[in-house]
Design a protein around this ligand. Structure first.
Ligand code: HEC
Length: 121
């Protein structure tokens, strides 16, 4: 009995963790929509679509591509607003492996607002 119960332990834990992640991914978009500046949400969508293959775009986690700085730390190097002009020109930064992304002015504004919202000291 006791041994059987102990063996079940990991599976129960895995099931709980699994449920947690599933419900998290279902509930977080609507929860975010309610509380959040729409510009932040749009900016995050842009980052997710165009940048997340290589950069960590959220408040935590490592970049998928190790050389790519997490977006939350860009503000340590320069004010994130200074990216605005480069983004408008479609250059972003001439770094290897990074596709040129042209954003419209409104998208750039949203993107900068999003970047500001995630900066860490
Ligand atoms: C294919 C991978 C890839 C994608 C996609 C990508 N980047 Fe990068 N990015 C990198 C790498 C690698 C570096 C670091 C290279 C370096 O420092 O030369 C970097 C660095 C940067 C930097 C810091 C540059 C500096 O000199 O401070 C910024 C800002 C940046 N990326 C913005 C973006 C934005 C905005 C997007 C989406 C629109 C994006 N990146 C998408 C790979 C990528």
């Amino acid at each position: 009995m006791i041994r059987g119960g102990a063996r079940k332990g990991p599976w129960v834990a895995a099931a709980i963790v699994g449920t947690f992640f599933v419900s998290l991914s279902i509930t977080s978009p609507s929860a975010a929509t309610a509380a959040e500046d729409p510009a932040v949400r749009r900016g995050r969508e842009i980052a997710k679509a165009a940048c997340a293959d290589c950069h960590a775009i959220g408040p935590k986690g490592a970049s998928p591509r190790a050389e790519a700085p997490p977006f939350r730390e860009l503000g340590r190097r320069y004010p994130v607003e200074s990216l605005e002009e480069a983004l408008a020109e479609g250059v972003v930064v001439g770094h290897p492996g990074m596709p040129q992304v042209k954003m419209r002015d409104a998208e750039i504004g949203d993107f900068i607002v999003y970047l500001k919202s995630i900066q860490v000291p």
